[in-house]
Design a protein. Structure first.
Length: 135
């Protein structure tokens, strides 16, 4: 096979992985203030194009301001489940629950042994003293 008929190698371009944009609270405040000052038709669209934003950004930011207040609403929130602060008593509660379960199991075994002893004594005709009686 000669070089003239070989299939040309096509170089593929590897693009950098897209990164999520992050906006500061001050920037969000500035854009929202500008959007509030827009009175003419198309001004908000021009603002969004100039800043490279989507209308959904304004919607989400306005909702955050309404729900959580201005300063807190525009600050980024941590994603995922909320972590409750550790209570020092939690470990003690777990330990006591484990101890309780062990004692319950031991009590159940002891009651089973007592029942078996009663049945064996009945078979052999041995009369066992009632609890609390001594010989």
């Amino acid at each position: 096979m000669n070089a003239a008929t070989a299939t040309p190698v096509v170089e593929t371009e590897v693009t950098e992985k897209a990164k999520r944009r992050r906006f500061t609270a001050e920037y969000k405040r500035k854009v929202l203030a500008e959007a509030e000052n827009c009175t003419q038709a198309g001004e908000i669209g021009a603002l969004l194009r100039r800043e490279g934003l989507y209308s959904s950004h304004l919607t989400v930011w306005r909702k955050a301001v309404r729900e959580r207040g201005e300063l807190e609403g525009l600050s980024p929130r941590r994603r995922g489940p909320k972590v409750a602060p550790k209570d020092g008593r939690d470990g003690k509660i777990i330990e006591l629950e484990r101890l309780n379960a062990n004692l319950q199991a031991e009590l159940k075994r002891a009651r089973t042994v007592i029942e078996i002893q009663k049945k064996v004594s009945e078979l052999f005709g041995v009369i066992l003293p009632k609890s609390g009686e001594t010989n």
